[in-house]
Design a protein around this ligand. Structure first.
Ligand code: SAM
Length: 319
């Protein structure tokens, strides 16, 4: 380890040396860099640097992110106590912020994109959180060393989800290793969505340009999606206006969150804008079915595999 500059949070600039493999990795902005570039993930770098800490609970003053993480994992509040946790694809670190509060754990959170800068700023005051820029298909940790792998909204965005899956699970301990996996669903009701019709074009548009386009068209589309979603036309529990918006109006509208949280109209619009960009810009979006994911867990020796929900798929599995 070489330190060229130290600040209040540790080595800000320097190098990590791997003697066994005779390779040096730079530390820049307090973050060890195990990749030379963002590769295919640069749209996420753009997205999370723009969003900053928009969604974090400390920013909104609500429990929206905490409830999302606990609702999807169904973990008790101290579930991570005493554990070494590997978060794959941490984005801006909004989940990291919640994970660090679920007991006294050590957290290693990685992302391939420049979003690590935002995640680092959001978590640097906690010495038990380590943000690194790395590719989850080449994780710079010992195999079978981690208690929990947490992977939320990431797997489908990798070029080959199957390879990515096994690349993550090989770092889990053989006995008691646990994985939370969230992945977009390949069910017909998920893939009949405007994003899959538009993505062949929009993923080719330069990220900054796509953001500008969405910022221009956003306010009108947002109001339209909201108006359709509020139409009182239902078959059973299914809102026909919502189904129409999901099929044909290419912009999210998260106004319904204000029924549960005191979120400002400006926040709800910005969240919808970021999520629309998140739907249209990634280079990869390969949804999977629960049965496909279950087969991978079985092949990898997991014996307790629980489906927490579908559309998107949420699973927790233990060895
Ligand atoms: C939709 S974001 C989700 C971020 C965060 N988990 C959340 O739910 O807010 C997907 C993230 O996965 C990251 N990602 C995609 N491929 C990756 C890879 N091979 N290695 C590490 N991170 C990756 C992207 O850079 C992006 O930040």
């Amino acid at each position: 380890m070489q330190s060229d500059r130290i600040d209040d949070f540790g080595i800000a600039e320097g190098e990590l040396h791997c003697e066994a493999c005779a390779v040096a990795y730079s530390i820049r902005g307090g973050i060890p860099r195990f990749v030379a570039s963002e590769s295919y993930s640069s749209s996420f770098g753009e997205q999370w640097i723009r969003a900053g800490s928009l969604r974090s609970d400390s920013q909104t003053g609500t429990t929206y992110m905490r409830d999302t993480v606990l609702g999807r994992t169904e973990w008790p509040e101290n579930h991570l106590d005493g554990k070494l946790v590997l978060e794959c694809g941490c984005g801006a670190g909004d989940d990291t912020d919640v994970l660090q509060s679920l007991g006294n754990s050590t957290l290693i959170s990685l992302d391939l994109s420049a979003s690590v800068k935002v995640a680092y700023e959001n978590t640097k005051s906690n010495p038990n959180v380590h943000i690194i820029q790395a590719d989850l298909s080449r994780i710079p940790l010992r195999e079978k060393s981690v208690d929990v792998v947490y992977c939320h909204r990431v797997l489908q965005h990798t070029p080959d989800p199957e390879t990515s899956f096994f690349s993550m699970t090989k770092h889990l301990k053989d006995r008691g290793g646990e994985m939370f996996l969230h992945c977009y669903d390949s069910h017909l009701s998920s893939v009949l969505h405007w994003k899959y019709a538009l993505r062949p074009i929009t993923k080719r548009i330069d990220s900054q340009r796509l953001f500008r386009i969405l910022e221009t068209l956003g306010p009108a589309l947002y109001r339209l999606a909201g108006a359709f979603s509020r139409l009182p036309l239902k078959i059973g529990h299914v809102s026909l206006g919502r189904v129409f918006a999901q099929l044909f109006i290419p912009f999210y509208n998260h106004d319904d969150l204000s029924d549960r949280y005191p979120l400002s109209p400006e926040f709800l619009y910005q969240l919808s804008l970021v999520n629309t960009f998140d739907a249209l810009s990634p280079q990869h979006d390969h949804p999977k079915s629960p049965s496909q994911l279950r087969r991978w867990f079985v092949r990898d020796g997991f014996d307790r595999i629980e489906l927490r929900g579908r559309n998107p798929v949420r699973m927790v599995a233990t060895r």
